[in-house]
Design a protein around this ligand. Sequence first.
Ligand SMILES: *Cc1c(COP(=O)(O)O)cnc(C)c1O
Length: 461
Amino acid sequence: MSNPFRDLPSVTKVLASPALAGASERHPPDAITVAARLVLDALRGRLAAGEAIVVDVDALATEVLAALDSQAAPVLRPVINATGVVLHTNLGRSPLHEDAARAAYEAARGYLNLELDLATGKRASRQGNVRAGLKALTGAESATAVNNCAAATVIALRTVAAGKEVIVSRGQLVEIGGSFRIPDVMAVSGAALREVGTTNITRLSDYERAITPNTTTLMRVHCSNYRVRGYTKTVELAELVELGRKHNLLVIDDAGSGQLIDLTPFGLPGEPLISASVTAGADLVLFSGDKLLGGPQCGIIAGRAAIIEQIEKDPLMRAFRLDKMTLAALEATLLLYRDPKKAIREVPTLRMLTTPLAVLKQRSDAFASWVRAIPGVTVGVWEDESFVGGGSLPDVSVPTIVLGLSAPGLSETELATRLRTGTPAVVTRVQDGRVLLDLRCVFDRQEAELLGAITSAVSSV
Ligand SMILES: *Cc1c(COP(=O)(O)O)cnc(C)c1O
C-alpha cells in the first residue's frame, strides 16, 4: 500500500516555490513559515481522513500566500450601504460629515489642544467646547459626553441614585440591541429599580404610590425600538417633572435617539426633541451621538450644571470619557447645527433621512440606466418602504425608491453574497426573488464603485 504522506512536501520546499518569491516584501518571515506549516498541517489532516489528494507544491504555496494576504488585510473596511436603513447599527450607525471625519483624522494623526487653553497656556477641560455647543443646542445648563448612551445611563444613575431607588414604568423597560437592558443597566449602576404600572398602562398615581424615603429619581425611558399601541396610557415628561418637584425627586429622561432638530415636518414624527425634554424640566436628558444627531458614537448627558459637575467627578468618568478623535468629530458635528437648515442639508444622517422621494426617484432612474448597460443584468425601479433603523422611529415606514436587480443564472442570495463579499462590499436587501438596492444611503462619490461592484458580481456567471 502506498503511503499518502510520502508526497507531502517539506516546509522548506513550499517556501522555495516561485509563488512565494515576493512574499517576503509584504510579510514577516516568521509569519510566512507559520502560514506554510498551517497549510501543510491542514493537508496532512485531509490525507489522514482518507482524502485522495494530488499534492502540488505551487498550489500549496499559492494557498499560503492567500492566507498571508488575508491576515495582513484589516477586517474592517468600507461598505456601501444599499439597504436604505440610515442608522444601521451593524454598519456603524451614523456616517460622519466630511468636516467631522477630517477633524477626527487630524486629531488622530497629530497633537491637539485637547486639555490645554492655548491663550493662557493653562490646563483646560477636554469637554469645554463640546459642552458649549451642547448647551446652545439643547438649552440645558450644562452637558457632558461619554462613550455611548449606555455609559451615560450608568454614570448618571450611579451619581444620583446608587444605593437608592429609581422608579420606571413597566412599559419602558426597554432592551436595545441585546446588551442594553434597562434593568441590567440599573443593576450595574448600583441603583435599585422600582417598576410601576403595567406594560400598557402607567398612571401618575402609580409613580406617586411607589415613592419611598429611599427614592431619589423618576426616570422616563423612550421606547426607541418599539411602540405600545391600543389601550395605553403613559405619563408625560412634564407631569413626571411636576411630581418630582413635589417630592423633591430628580427626573431623568433617557431619550435615546438625540433629535436636535424637529424632523416631524419631514414625515418623521415620534422621537423626543432634546430641547423639549430640557424645557419640560428634566434634570438630566440622555441621548446617543450616533443616532439622529448624526455624529460619532458617544452618549450625551445634558441638564443641571451641579449634577453634571458631580458626574464628571465620578471615577468612572475616566473609564467612560471620550478620546480625542471622537471629541473632535463631535465638536465639528455640533458646529454644523449652528444653522439648522445647513445641518439638515449637510449632516449625512439628516440629509439621507430627509431626501425627497422625487430626488431619490430621479437619481435611481439615472443609475438604473447605467446598470441596464451591464450585460447580464435586469433592473427595475419602483417605490418601496424602509425604516430609519438604529432603534429610532420603529413604526415610521419611510417611503423610498429601490432598484430591483436580478441576473439570469444567479439566485438572488448568490448575487447578494457576491455583492457583499466583493470590493467594495455592498450590503443590499433581498426580497421576493430580487436584490434590492436603495440609493438613499449611497453617497454620490460611491456610485461609480457601486456600478463596478455590480459589474463584477454578474460578470462570472
Ligand atoms: C439607543 C438607546 C440607548 C443606547 O444607546 P447607545 O448609544 O447605543 O449606547 C439607550 N437608551 C435608549 C432609549 C436608546 O434608544
